[in-house]
Design a protein around this ligand. Structure first.
Ligand code: SF4
Length: 388
């Protein structure tokens, strides 16, 4: 793999309220020898480096990481769990095998002497890139002129830039994850305000529907249309206004995949992530965050059968583990690969390179959120921790 080729770049974030989208994060070359190293050697050297770095180091790994990278983790989990672990640790170096927004969140909630590190700077999230602070502010101003800012409340999915979290902190809003979105929305609706929910339309819609919000009170701001494509009456009636972002991985599941899975094994249960479109969630037996999916499958009867609609690395890991342990049959819902290609950019070679740099006294790929953004974003994240 050649790190010279920036297959994907992520816009800079968190630089005050108006980050410059022209600033791009580019991964510097790492020596080719890391990529030529056999996996066994990467592991052996990684284990030695971890031992030498001791308590100064914590490696966090998201569920969607490829197995070879997952092997290096001290703690694995979903965004909420990993954010909590980052908040708790005293480690000097937090190497986060996730995507850019997760490492920003780690930097926001850790103290000044700690460094949050992303092993490959090109690991972004295409959904997070769909909402930038300027567009959100324009939308907010438009809605405020119409209904009054005191009647609006912003909620951002954790899959978003630090500047959007800061925006929520500044305007009395908060952050949510797929595990607590319904709880957070319940809190927001109790305040009798209209929620502006970004960036994931599907998580917002699925959560609002599960809470019984009627379809005609859920509207969507479409970025490509003038005034979001919304009529004034629609905005006035809405309980929640969704941003039109989406996850390209979770939008790859179709009703046909569900029918096919049930035709293959009539006793199979379908479980999907709430980033999937509404019709997929409606047709499924269950939906939940990655942790909830793991828990549901773990608690099911030995020998049961599951078709799972989320990222393939997690599904494959569950399939291997449960087939051995209790004979469960677990398949990905879409047989064509559903991989988070940006998360996949964290190769074990990147992890070992980071550890070697740390041993040499350098801190590579540190993600630093500017102080003012950090302060406001922390208000929003702390509010989420209190509520969930
Ligand atoms: S799975 Fe989707 S939402 Fe999650 S990090 Fe990848 S692109 Fe972003």
């Amino acid at each position: 793999m050649n790190q010279n080729i920036p297959i994907h770049t992520q816009t800079a974030t968190g630089d005050g309220p108006n980050a410059n989208p022209a600033d791009l994060f580019l991964q510097e070359d790492i020596p080719a020898r890391y990529y030529r190293m056999p996996l066994e050697e990467l592991r052996q050297r990684g284990a030695e480096a971890k031992k030498r770095l001791g308590d100064d180091l914590l490696i966090l790994c998201h569920h969607y990481q490829q197995d070879d990278t997952f092997w290096f983790s001290d703690i694995s989990g979903d965004s909420l769990y990993l954010a909590r672990q980052a908040a708790k640790t005293k480690a000097k170096y937090i190497v986060f095998c996730g995507v850019h927004f997760m490492v920003e969140s780690a930097d926001i909630i850790t103290s000044d002497g700690q460094a949050a590190i992303l092993p490959n700077l090109t690991a972004g999230c295409s959904m997070a890139d769909m909402a930038d602070i300027d567009s959100i502010e324009d939308c907010w101003d438009y809605l405020s002129d119409l209904v009054g800012s005191e009647k609006l409340l912003p909620i951002t999915y954790i899959n978003s830039t630090a500047s959007l979290k800061a925006f929520c902190g500044k305007h009395g809003g908060t952050v949510c994850t797929s595990a607590n979105a319904q709880k957070i929305l319940t809190w927001a609706f109790k305040q009798n305000k209209k929620v502006l929910f970004f960036p994931d339309q599907h998580l917002g819609r699925n959560s609002a529907k599960a809470l019984g919000v009627p379809a005609d009170q859920i509207s969507m701001w479409e970025r490509a249309k003038e005034d979001g494509g919304l009529k004034n009456e629609t905005i006035e009636k809405a309980s929640i206004i969704l941003w039109d972002g989406y996850c390209s991985v979770h939008c790859r599941f179709t009703p046909q995949h569900i029918s096919d899975a049930r035709a293959r094994r009539p006793d199979t249960k379908v479980i999907v992530h709430p980033e999937c479109p509404e019709e997929i969630v409606a047709m499924s037996d269950y939906s939940g965050s990655t942790s909830q999916i793991i828990q549901k499958i773990s608690e099911s009867k030995p020998g049961s059968s599951w078709a799972v609609g989320t990222e393939i690395n997690l599904v494959n890991r569950l399939a291997k583990e449960h087939f051995k342990k209790d004979g469960k049959l677990i398949d990905i819902l879409n047989p064509n690969v559903c991989v988070c290609s940006t998360m996949y950019r964290i190769h074990p070679a990147n992890v070992l390179w980071v550890l070697d740099q740390l041993l040499d006294g350098n801190i590579p790929n540190q993600i630093t959120v500017p102080p003012e953004t950090k302060k406001l974003a922390k208000v929003a994240i702390d509010r989420m921790f209190e509520l969930s």
